[in-house]
Ligand binder design. Structure first.
Ligand code: GDD
Ligand code: MG
Length: 350
């Protein structure tokens, strides 16, 4: 069986004001009635999958258990981070925890901010990587790019090698010119951020590429404290870890990566423009959500997140407007990717 390790401790600032420090995007129902976190847990459940290990910030612990219960998923183990240290420490903590029982445990590392509507097709793609992972490889799942996105990592592959094909090079979040070159040469896929490996493989990769982090996390797991069914990682060694993503700490450096191309629909709902692209629109390209009225608008999205609050757009073009009870965003749709920096400014204002 495969144990899903669901990473859901990110803060998703580019989807402000729906995504908040206290309630980030992965827990919000952005598309459909369930959250992206719930959709992730459901996608990785059923035959062949063990109960998940969820790694999250301690602040989100009850959101996690409540949302899993809502969709009928066994909560498995929930590891709590005392502070945010990005995905490398989170994933390694889960691998060390699972290795205590079985070093050969197969792990599927899964971000929780993806929209992948065809779950059976994705589960089938995962199965094609199992043998390679059991033999000590790290299998990544790649998506054929349709634009020069700079918010994703890129996987360089040999176009005609059989799948899983050995990865030539991993480039995390390139600049625009590099992304355009990689997009047009046909030999690169987007990194979906989903990885399959054994606990032993990940620990060995970390011993090689991030030994200090491994020592700290061993300590954080060794001194972890059970609390109401949660496992609280020890604060002091955790705080001593660098804030670094698994892509940068391990994947860019490892030499045992293989790629399975996933051809089903995949999207990281990272910003409002991505949410807009997935929303149902009328003949003018306008999408509304909640009590919203769009008059003579085009290529615009209006969302109200509370039943008591109406939002009206009149004569708008290429706008996203999001109304929360305590905050409103009105933005040029093409610039919604800049929101992360804007939210940082807002937080600095206090
Ligand atoms: N537990 C935990 N702790 N989870 C975290 C943390 C953390 O400190 N930080 C982020 N996460 C979770 C997020 O909630 C998300 O589900 C996942 O880890 C990935 O983090 P993102 O911050 O969304 O990463 P990204 O989208 O910028 O980049 C990654 O994903 C892309 C595809 O979606 C990279 O893997 C890219 O290479 C990749 O293309
Ligand atoms: Mg993401």
């Amino acid at each position: 069986t495969i144990t899903p390790v669901i990473l859901c401790g990110g803060s998703g600032t580019r989807l402000w004001p729906l995504s908040r420090k206290s309630y980030p995007k992965q827990f919000a129902a952005l598309i459909g009635d369930t959250s992206l976190f719930q959709q992730t847990a459901l996608r990785l459940s059923g035959p062949g999958f063990a109960a998940p290990v969820t790694v999250t910030n301690q602040a989100f612990r009850f959101i996690v258990t409540q949302q899993l219960a809502e969709v009928g998923i066994d909560p498995g183990a929930v590891l709590l981070e005392p502070s945010s240290r990005n995905t490398a420490p989170a994933l390694l903590a889960a691998a060390l925890r699972l290795a205590q029982h079985d070093p050969e445990a197969l792990i599927l590392a899964a971000p929780s901010d993806h929209h992948m509507p065809d779950a059976p097709a994705f589960r089938a793609a995962v199965q094609t990587g199992v043998t390679t992972a059991q033999a000590g490889g790290i299998v990544t799942f790649g998506i054929r790019p349709d634009r020069a996105e700079t918010a994703y990592g890129y996987l360089e592959i040999s176009p005609d090698a059989p799948s899983p094909s050995p990865l030539r090079r991993f480039v995390e979040k390139p600049d625009r010119a590099t992304a355009e070159a990689m997009m047009s040469d046909g030999g690169h896929l987007w990194n979906s951020g989903v990885f399959l490996f054994t606990a032993r493989t990940m620990i060995a990769a970390c011993a090689r590429h991030a030994p200090k982090m491994l020592a700290n996390i061993r300590d954080a797991i060794g001194r972890a404290r059970p609390d109401l069914g949660f496992l609280r990682l020890a604060e002091e060694p955790w705080a001593a870890c660098d804030d670094v993503s698994v892509d940068v700490a391990i994947m860019e450096k490892a030499d045992n990566l293989s790629v399975v191309e996933y051809t089903g629909h995949w999207s990281d709902l990272g910003g409002w423009d991505a949410v807009y692209r997935h929303a149902a629109t009328d003949g003018t390209g306008t999408a509304t959500h909640g009590p919203a009225l769009a008059v003579d608008c085009a290529d615009t999205m209006l969302r109200s997140e509370s039943a008591g609050q109406h939002i009206v757009g009149l004569g708008l073009r290429d706008i996203v407007a999001i109304a929360m009870p305590d905050a409103v965003l009105i933005a040029d749709r093409s610039r919604s990717g800049e929101l992360g920096g804007v939210v940082a400014q807002l937080r600095a204002m206090g």
